[in-house]
Each structure stands twice: as C-alpha cells, then as structure tokens.
Design a binder for this molecule. Structure first.
Ligand code: ZN
Ligand code: ZN
Length: 369
C-alpha cells in the first residue's frame, strides 16, 4: 500500500510515538485525578461518536433538539474523528458498499487495513447527494466549516482544565489528550476490524459484520455490528434488554428528558420475519444440491414452518391494526386473540430455531442463531 495521506500518517505515528516516549516521565507524575480525566474524556468523546455521529447523523435513527445536537457536535472534538458531515458521508458509503471495493474500510483488504491503514490510503470523493439531509442542517454545516477551531478550542480547554485538576501539564497532556485520543481511536477502529472478523452472524449471514459482546463493552454498545448492518436505522445495536448498549440507554434517557424524539426501532416480529426469510433462502440454496430423502423431507418441513410463521405474523399485524379502530366490546375479544396468537407465534419461532440448528449440524452451514 502506498501512503496517500501523509499528514494523517504523520499525525497518527507521532502521537503513538509520544505515548511511548513520554510514558516514563508520565509515571513520575501519575495521579488518580489524571486517570479520571482520561476516563471521563474517553467516555464523552466515544459517546459523542456513537450517540451523535453514528446513530443520529449517519443513520437518522432518531431526531434531536438543537441543544442536544450542539452537545454532540462540541464534545465530538474529543474524539478527533473528522466533522460529523464527513464522518457520516464515509460511513454511509461503508454501509451501502460493505465488503466491496468501494467500502472505504473494507475487511477484504485485511484486518489492519480495515483497522487504520485505510486512513492513509483513502481519498474522499465527496458526494453531496449522499448527505443532502445533513447539508440542510446549519449546525452540522457550521461544525464542518470551522472544524479545526472546534478541535483546538475544546482540546485546549480540556488541557487547561486537566492541568488545573492534576497540577501537572504533562499528566493532563498525557491522559487527557494522548491516551484518551488513542483509546477512542482504537475502539472506533475495532468496529471496522474486529467487528467484521470475530463474532456471531445472527441477523445478516451474507455480510462480514459480526456481533461481538466484548467489543460492545469497549465501544458503548456498537459491538452488535451484525444486527446493526442488518437494521441500521434502529436506534439500538444491542436489541435484547441485557445487551450492553449504553448508547441506546443514553438515547432512551434523553428521549424521556425531552431532548430527542422519534426513536426508530424494529419490532421483534419484523426482525424474526426477516430472519426466517433469509435463513430459509440460505438453507434451501444449500440443500438444493442434496438428493437424499432426508434432505427432501427436511426442506418440506422448513417450508412448512416458514409458511406458518409468515401467516401467523401477518395475522398478528392485522389484528393489532384492527385493535386500534375497535369498539370497547370488540377490543376485549381482539386482545384475547392477540395474546393467543403471540403465544402460538412464539411456538412456531422456537420450532424454526430448532430446525435451523438441525440444518447447521446436519449440513455444516456455519453459525445459525
Ligand atoms: Zn461495519
Ligand atoms: Zn453504521
């Protein structure tokens, strides 16, 4: 790979070198205050990216009021990850062209390329129509225009504050700037490298993106990357209540405080419906080469359960719609029907999960659920 962005290359290399060179001197002045400075600025910088750049601007998973947007646009300077406009532009290309030549951080070019080498290689061809919505947002446009001012202003303020807090300019520079920036960078980059390499493909098996719970811890919930690529407009990445996704909790809390609204999410039935369709196709494609009786039987059963799931889920959607326009008397009956349908749909879903597991074991299909 030939380096095209020398300024970026020098910046990344120099700050990593400084981290190593200054370490012995920093150890002499270490204080717990400097550790807290690191932790808080890392969380703020990282969350500005996940809550703001990623889920608000790149994917429009919810809408925010101007105060909330400003909080995001200002704190994002702690992450050193370009303006919201450019970040969203590149990220939308990643989603549309994932695993192809046009993907700026394609995993097909290797782990380290997807992690950081792409930064030195990538020449952005700015396509305004990719971010037309953001170009109409005056706050985003302003942040983009004066991005260097934002960077210098916010980081200088944090440096001075850290100096006051820790009593050491070196401790403030090391923990509140160098270490914090490195941590935010590598955790973001891990999404493009690790989260396209090690983990489970539960929702979109055709893509390289994976769900990795460990990465979710380091990246404020972004580790559920397979789900995210399958349903990118969902404000959640970890859909189960126990999935560690502080970004979704922050967005949900902000919605309760009236700062954000229109949270978009896929309901479980739609997610399952899409999984059934995809799994069915994948398994049938695979089994169509098998000629034995067992495979034929298995395919018939698979079609049967998929059909039943489809019918029951459509019925459930219809009944839920009827419920909205029903009289009080009808509504009691409908609620009872919906409850029964839900239970029966759950049984069919479980049957489906068992079937797909059997397919995995019998025909070596790789990971299914
Ligand atoms: Zn991705
Ligand atoms: Zn995304």
């Amino acid at each position: 790979m030939k380096i095209k962005n020398w300024d970026m290359f020098i910046f990344v290399v120099v700050y990593h070198l400084l981290l190593v060179i200054l370490l012995p001197a920093f150890i002499q002045v270490f204080s717990w205050a400097s550790f807290w400075l690191f932790l808080v600025t890392y969380i703020l910088g990282g969350m500005a990216i996940t809550v703001g750049y990623h889920r608000l601007y790149a994917h429009k998973a919810y809408t925010a009021n101007p105060f909330f947007e400003w909080c995001v646009l200002i704190t994002s300077a702690l992450s050193f990850e370009m303006s919201a406009l450019m970040w969203s532009h590149d990220h939308r290309i990643h989603h549309t062209h994932v695993d192809t030549e046009k993907d700026p951080y394609s995993i097909d070019k290797g782990f380290w390329y997807a992690h950081l080498l792409w930064l030195f290689d990538y020449k952005r061809k700015f396509e305004p129509n990719l971010v037309q919505d953001l170009l109409k947002n005056p706050r985003v446009v302003l942040q983009d225009k004066y991005y260097p001012h934002f960077l210098i202003g916010v980081n200088l303020a944090i440096f001075l504050f850290g100096w006051w807090l820790t009593g050491s300019a070196l401790a403030s520079f090391y923990m509140g700037f160098l270490a914090r920036m490195a941590m935010v960078h590598h955790c973001t980059w891990f999404i493009n490298s690790l989260c396209h390499t090690f983990g489970a493909k539960t929702f979109a098996r055709e893509l390289s993106a994976v769900d990795n719970a460990l990465m979710a811890v380091l990246t404020f919930g972004e580790g559920y990357h397979n789900y995210h690529h399958a349903f990118a407009a969902d404000y959640r990445n970890g859909v189960r209540w126990y999935h560690f996704d502080p970004t979704k909790w922050a967005i949900w809390t902000a919605s309760k405080l009236g700062l954000v609204s229109n949270l978009r999410s896929m309901n479980t039935i739609n997610v399952q419906k899409s999984l059934v369709q995809k799994d069915k196709k994948l398994i049938l494609d695979h089994l169509s080469h098998e000629v034995d009786e067992l495979a034929t039987d298995f395919m018939r059963k698979l079609e049967e359960v998929a059909d039943t799931f489809e019918k029951k889920s459509s019925m459930l959607v219809r009944k839920a719609r009827e419920l909205k326009q029903s009289s009080e008397q009808q509504s009691r009956l409908l609620k009872k029907e919906i409850k029964e349908l839900r239970a029966s749909l759950k049984t069919t879903w479980n049957e489906w999960v068992v079937l797909t597991r059997q397919a995995t074991e019998l025909y070596e299909l790789g990971h299914v659920h």
